[in-house]
Design a protein around this ligand. Structure first.
Ligand code: MLT
Ligand code: ZN
Length: 483
């Protein structure tokens, strides 16, 4: 069945109202391109429903008329997962108007929020209730909870609090045929069969559209201490991490690796920031400790860890944050590396994870292989060493254009880095998801049985393949093998 733009616009306007239904090209534009301007698509109509029921009505209409649906949150995906393809046949459903914090239960330590609440607003709502919502990622001002859930977002606090998957207790989802599955329970124990909510977390909108969730809150830490530390190499960083976890009584809340090219790039981008360290070093770590104790005790623990690190030859230098402003300045440097890369252009983003015990060897091996291609490639390596996830992002040599660099090296670099991670029993997408970018690579890195299971789940829930089609799942080699 082919539906015309006019038919779709009229029917959807009827369901959500003219103010929530966009057909004009210039108004649709922000929804058809990702925030980095890399992925572009087309859509018949963009709708911005104001209730779960409206989302259900729109999806139900699309199901009955065989119209593909692309759900969209803050559109900050790095993998092209939230932008429609270029056929112009889809309806984009933006969740941005489902932006209410529905309730905060301070006794249960939970918060119920709609999908379109930004991560920053969710964190603020928790803070207003003297609680912490611990998910922390650089795009918090734009990314939305529904997108965080759908991509199982990670970020800088995973080593302490887990991924989004660990922070969701209840969920409300619009299914591909428009039915609403609502289980907004704030339970930490519920063994009543399959944990259905987990199916939708990390599914990138291919199995249903998340409209609301119950989030787990944590007590706010009372004390925070941070240091920007020059380490000898990634092996030393891993040894320091172990010492810090033990020495602080498990108070490490972030442990972020930064390579020299990553620091140079971000300082150049920021313009007004300078390195916390006096001299240049090859490798650095931003370590943060938080606890429910006193600032004095936490600072003493930090000093002990640094002293041990110096004594064991792991650390070359360290800057300790003397104030909240210092801590914020450290984080600004770390969190803006991603934007610095976007501006520089010509980055090959590899978001890999391996067991922490293997990460230093992995970095050595991947660095050697990439530099063998061209020693002028800048190894922008940074990220969440504390949970085994690094962003290993080779950047074009200074005198090479982005297009030339990517044409020459994109495929071989991604295959090399992902292949090495896979050999270390790692993941080729630790936290950014699959979208369209890594979809076909799954064929190589998932077993046949895994891919068959993924398709069986997809077909059971979305038999017409209408929800975010072409994302996450590679076309099966043998469609008959999937029943
Ligand atoms: C980060 O850790 O900064 C984010 O995952 C974003 C990125 O790597 O580009
Ligand atoms: Zn990251």
């Amino acid at each position: 069945m082919t539906v015309s733009v006019q038919t779709a616009a009229e029917a959807l306007t009827e369901l959500v109202g003219a103010a929530n239904c966009t057909v004009a090209a210039q108004d649709k534009r922000p929804y058809l391109t990702d925030y980095r301007g890399i992925f572009h698509g087309e859509a018949m109509v963009v709708v911005t429903p104001v209730s779960t029921q409206q989302v259900g009505d729109v999806v139900s209409w699309c199901y009955r008329h065989d119209v593909p649906v692309v759900p969209q949150g803050g559109n900050t995906s790095l993998m092209g997962g939230a932008v429609p393809d270029d056929t112009g046949t889809a309806v984009v459903i933006s969740l941005r108007k489902l932006n209410r914090v529905l309730s905060v239960d301070v006794v249960n330590d939970t918060m119920t929020v709609q999908a379109g609440v930004t991560l920053a607003a969710a964190r603020e709502a928790a803070e207003n209730a003297q609680r912490l919502f611990p998910l922390r990622i650089g795009s918090e001002g734009s990314c939305q909870i529904g997108g965080n859930v759908s991509t199982n977002a990670g970020g800088t606090a995973v080593l302490r609090y887990g991924n989004m998957r660990d922070l969701v207790l209840g969920i409300e989802v619009v299914l591909p045929d428009g039915r609403i599955y609502s289980s907004l329970k704030g339970l930490r124990k519920d063994n009543t069969g399959y944990d259905l909510k987990q199916l939708f977390i990390g599914a990138e909108g291919t199995l249903g559209i998340v409209t609301a969730v119950v989030l787990k809150l944590a007590p706010q830490p009372r004390a925070t201490a941070a240091a920007f530390i020059a380490v000898k190499n990634p092996h030393a960083a891993v040894a320091l991490l172990q010492a810090a976890k033990i020495g602080s009584g498990n108070a490490v809340s972030a442990f972020e690796l930064v390579s020299a090219p990553a620091l140079e790039l971000v300082l150049d981008y920021l313009g007004d920031a300078k390195s916390p360290l006096q001299h240049a070093h090859e490798w650095m770590v931003l370590m943060e400790l938080t606890s429910g104790g006193t600032d004095e005790a936490l600072h003493a623990a930090l000093l002990d860890i640094l002293e041990l690190g110096f004594a064991e030859g792991l650390i070359e230098d360290a800057a300790i944050a003397a104030s909240l402003a210092d801590i914020q300045a450290f984080w600004r440097i770390r969190e803006d590396i991603s934007d610095a890369q976007t501006r520089a252009g010509g980055s090959i983003k590899c978001d890999v994870s391996v067991p922490i015990s293997r990460i230093a060897d992995f970095i050595d091996a991947a660095s050697a292989e990439v530099l063998a291609l061209d020693p002028e490639i800048r190894l922008v390596i940074y990220g969440h060493l504390g949970d085994g996830n690094v962003h290993f992002n080779p950047l074009r040599p200074r005198d090479q254009q982005a297009a030339e660099f990517l044409a020459r090296h994109y495929r071989v670099v991604s295959e090399t880095v992902d292949g090495l991670a896979h050999r270390e029993h790692g993941s080729i997408s630790a936290e950014h998801g699959i979208g369209v970018v890594k979809r076909d690579d799954l064929r190589k890195y998932k077993s046949e049985v895994e891919l068959q299971l993924m398709w069986q789940v997809k077909r059971a829930l979305d038999p017409k393949n209408l929800l975010n089609p072409g994302r996450v799942l590679p076309e099966p080699d043998d469609p008959c093998a999937i029943h």
